[in-house]
Design a protein around this ligand. Structure first.
Ligand SMILES: Nc1ncnc2c1ncn2[C@@H]1O[C@H](COP(=O)(O)OP(=O)(O)O)[C@@H](O)[C@H]1O
Ligand SMILES: C[C@@](O)(CCOP(=O)(O)O)CC(=O)O
Ligand SMILES: [Mg+2]
Length: 387
């Protein structure tokens, strides 16, 4: 039997970084997914290995079961209903197993994802042989939450094949998990994110798990109901960066300027709450929508200014901001910044010709532009009993 899962990426409308330090943030899922397929070998296939194939990177890693048992002699394959964090000692063992795979130097960043996979796998299924295949529509390291989508898709596939959850295996279509299962897999995914990010807030894995548009603060989520159409242009500057390093650089700034940074985070909190209120209030006509869009645009610009105060903007991001400003459009970085993706609010009454012109101008700078559907479903699962 094969289990397949898909988990969406996300955009952060307001509050990235500040959310790590207790401020409110607003995020939404996007219709770009990371897919995981998992199967255990069945007789006569006696493969005694754990394999991880990263399809779109043409990479495959494998660990003999004997090597995993040697590295973790006390492996307990019970599924803890509430996962405990990966200890420093276990992380070192995981890192040595990942090192042995000789990841190509240019793809060094993958070590975090491979480590998270290995830890999640061995914690939930011990040293059982299996093959996992991953592919993703999300650009990695660009602020669209590929790390969280990866952890959510992996955790949900592992749990779907464990005794911790009971699922209807006859169902071949995409199906959603029950509330308790979502809560459990989100906790596991958060622990995986910790391995990749160091100090995640949990917003990315939460929005990938539950989908929709959410307000998030210190682990608490509120689903935002809106009848306001929100359209965002996403511009990928293609400047790759690493969330772990950017989150650490903000923590460093807090150590040096604690009072000033506390004020910055308070301001972000107010911006996110105001944005959530605007999004949720009912709209009656085009005029009301236009007024709200103007307010959203200003709040996004204010948030961008505060992200600059945190030191996470980048020359490529500034180029996108300057370009969209020529079209009187509001933009901000999304995710960890330092490159990656920028959001531009596209008002409903903006003509398609203007959007095409803007996209063409941004693309001449070497950037990639697209519009993604936002606020869709969270993680889903499907089974194939015949394979
Ligand atoms: N499909 C994937 N396969 C393996 N690792 C992945 C995958 N997607 C994400 N990752 C891991 O997450 C890292 C990127 O996460 P991060 O720096 O948080 O950026 P973002 O989450 O914005 O894409 C990658 O370098 C890799 O370690
Ligand atoms: C910077 C941060 O707020 C979001 C990071 O998102 P991403 O990994 O860049 O997609 C970190 C976090 O909330 O865990
Ligand atoms: Mg990430």
């Amino acid at each position: 039997m094969e289990v397949r899962t898909r988990a969406p990426g996300k955009i952060i409308l307001t509050g990235e970084h500040a959310v790590v330090h207790g401020s409110t943030a607003v995020a939404a899922s996007i219709d770009l997914y990371t897919y995981v397929s998992l199967r255990f070998p069945t007789p006569p296939d006696n493969a005694e290995t754990l394999r991880l194939q990263l399809k779109d990177m043409s990479l495959e890693f494998s660990w003999p079961v004997a090597r995993i048992k040697e590295a973790f002699p006390n492996l307990d394959a019970q599924v803890p209903m509430s996962p405990s964090s990966c200890s420093l000692e276990t992380l070192k063992t995981v890192a040595s197993l990942v090192d042995e795979q000789n990841i190509p130097e240019a793809k060094n960043g993958l070590a975090g994802g491979v480590s998270a996979f290995l830890w999640l796998y061995t914690s939930i299924h011990g040293s059982k042989p299996a093959k996992a295949v991953v592919n993703s529509e999300l650009p990695l390291g660009s602020g669209l939450g590929s790390s969280a989508a990866f952890c959510v898709a992996v955790s949900s596939a592992l749990l779907a094949m464990s005794d911790a959850v009971s699922m209807d295996f006859r169902h071949q279509d995409w199906q959603i998990f029950g509330e308790c299962e979502l809560e459990l897999l989100n906790k596991w995914a958060f622990e995986g994110e910790k391995i990749i990010h160091g100090k995640p807030s949990g917003i990315d894995n939460t929005v990938s798990t539950y989908g929709n548009m959410i307000k998030f603060r210190s682990g608490d989520l509120t689903c935002l109901k809106t009848n306001m159409p929100i359209k965002m242009l996403i511009t990928n500057t293609k400047v790759r960066r690493n969330t772990k390093a950017l989150v650490a650089s903000v923590s460093e700034r807090i150590m040096r300027h604690p009072t000033a940074m506390a004020s910055v985070f308070t301001a972000v909190d107010s911006i996110s709450n105001e944005l959530a209120t605007i999004i949720q209030s009912p709209v009656s006509d085009d005029l009301a929508i236009t007024e709200k869009e103007e307010k959203l645009g200003v709040l996004m610009e204010m948030n961008q200014g505060l992200l600059q105060c945190m030191g996470v903007s980048h020359a490529s991001i500034e180029t996108v901001l300057r370009t969209t400003l020529k079209y009187k459009l509001s933009s901000k970085l999304t995710g960890a910044g330092g490159g990656g993706c920028v959001l531009t609010l596209l008002p409903t009454l903006l003509s398609g010709t203007v959007v095409d012109q803007l996209m063409a101008e941004l693309e001449t700078c070497g950037f990639q532009c697209f519009v993604a559907g936002i606020g869709g479903k969270g993680v889903e699962v499907s089974f194939n009993v015949t394979s």
